[in-house]
Design a protein around this ligand. Structure first.
Ligand SMILES: Cc1ncc(COP(=O)(O)O)c(C=O)c1O
Length: 382
């Protein structure tokens, strides 16, 4: 990021950041958010403390948004939700909960995974292991290898699962694979820890939560970390939630009480402002519809840029080696070029991405796509 800022080239392109960008290169405040925020500020009459679980209306709206209206765990009062400071807060509280409940378990994390997963979960003292997830050569999920590894995991181990828009690969499971994974988690008595940071960025709000609903319907216990940083563009407001599903209502209560105790011991209570905005949008049908349209526009822009970049790369390379970009989902993909090629892109072409060639497709625009494609084709050959 520092190198990008210091680069004075007029053609520089930032594909390294982890935030959505519009056609003008901005990370906008959604119009729905801006209006709701103003209304809240106008009406707010106190900044007094909130509870460790945050806003009740936020928590119940999030539960409905993620688990859906008819989920068995909600019907049986086995689900509990606590507002957290972003998805990171939910991941960290979840990790502390696992550590307190079963300090000896291993958390299995996809290889590769988002760069913050290991520090966020590992610093709670949990043992982490990687399961095979992505084949860089074919740009596909190594599903059989993943299942094979997870079927060897001891009962009670935890599996961290990206619910959609896998970061950094953009490669998600298909519906049949989700069913087989849910079956395995149930039969092997593994505990799913689902990370839902991009709901609405792949297909739509319901489709992107389908795997969460499927898995949490089948297993007795589960955790779900939710982030509204991307889909509501509320990054710096730190809006997230941790849903825990317990074996029965009494156990769910006990788990929630642990969650709140952990929260009190770390940050006391979550920040209110962003969650107040999210709760208001989720509760009002007109605002929610407007937000869904804004979310669809972000999603469409990313998938359009995926198609456009794949098309340009196909033209300049004369082969289909980058066509996978078209079908992967969410903001990120691994371009799949070597470390030296990533350096050449940066040093000779002013195009910035992570050292493992993770690129943010939201950094592409119709204006820079030709330049980016030409540069990738040149840099890949050295
Ligand atoms: C996979 C994944 N999980 C969780 C998060 C947490 O996001 P935040 O703490 O900003 O809500 C992110 C953010 O980039 C992410 O990519």
């Amino acid at each position: 990021m520092a190198k990008y800022r210091a680069d004075s080239s007029p053609t520089k392109v930032d594909l390294g950041v982890g935030v959505y960008r519009d056609l003008a290169g901005n990370t906008p405040i959604l119009a729905t958010v801006r209006r709701t925020e103003q209304e809240i500020l106008d009406k707010q009459c106190t900044k007094s403390y909130v509870a460790a679980a945050g806003r009740e209306e936020f928590n119940s709206a999030v539960e409905a948004l993620v688990l859906g209206g008819t989920h068995a765990a909600r019907r049986d009062r086995r689900a509990r939700t606590a507002q957290t400071p972003g998805g990171c807060g939910a991941l960290r509280v979840g990790a502390e909960l696992i550590c307190a409940a079963s300090p000896g378990v291993t958390v299995h994390v996809s290889d590769p995974t988002w760069g913050n997963h290991m520090p966020l979960l590992g610093s709670s003292g949990l043992r982490l292991e990687r399961y095979p997830y992505y084949d860089a050569a074919s740009h596909r999920v190594r599903f059989d290898a993943m299942l094979e590894r997870l079927s060897d995991a001891p009962e009670g181990d935890v599996v961290l699962i990206h619910a959609c828009c896998h970061n950094p690969t953009g490669a998600d499971l298909d519906p049949a694979q989700w069913h087989r994974l849910a079956q395995l988690l149930e039969h092997r008595r593994l505990v799913p820890f689902l990370d839902l940071a991009y709901q609405g960025f792949a297909v739509d709000l319901d489709a992107d939560a389908a795997c969460v609903r499927l898995i949490t319907e089948r297993v007795p216990e589960a955790l779900v970390a939710i982030s509204f940083s991307k889909n509501l563009g509320l990054y710096r407001e730190r809006v997230g939630a941790l849903i825990t599903v317990g074996e029965n209502a009494a156990r769910a209560d006990a788990v929630q009480s642990h969650v709140l105790q952990i929260a009190r011991g770390i940050y006391s209570m979550p920040p209110d402002h962003g969650a107040a905005i999210a709760a208001r949008i989720l509760a009002d049908a007109a605002l929610k519809a407007e937000w869904i349209a804004e979310l669809a526009a972000m999603r469409t822009r990313i998938s359009d840029m995926r198609g456009l970049l794949a098309q340009h790369l196909h033209r300049v390379t004369g082969d289909a080696s980058f066509d996978f970009l078209r079908t992967q989902r969410g903001m990120f993909s691994l371009l799949g070029v070597s470390g030296p090629a990533v350096e050449r892109l940066r040093d000779e072409h002013h195009i910035y991405m992570l050292p493992d060639s993770r690129m943010n497709l939201a950094g592409i625009t119709p204006a820079n796509v030709g330049y980016v494609a030409d540069s990738i084709a040149a840099a890949r050959l050295g």
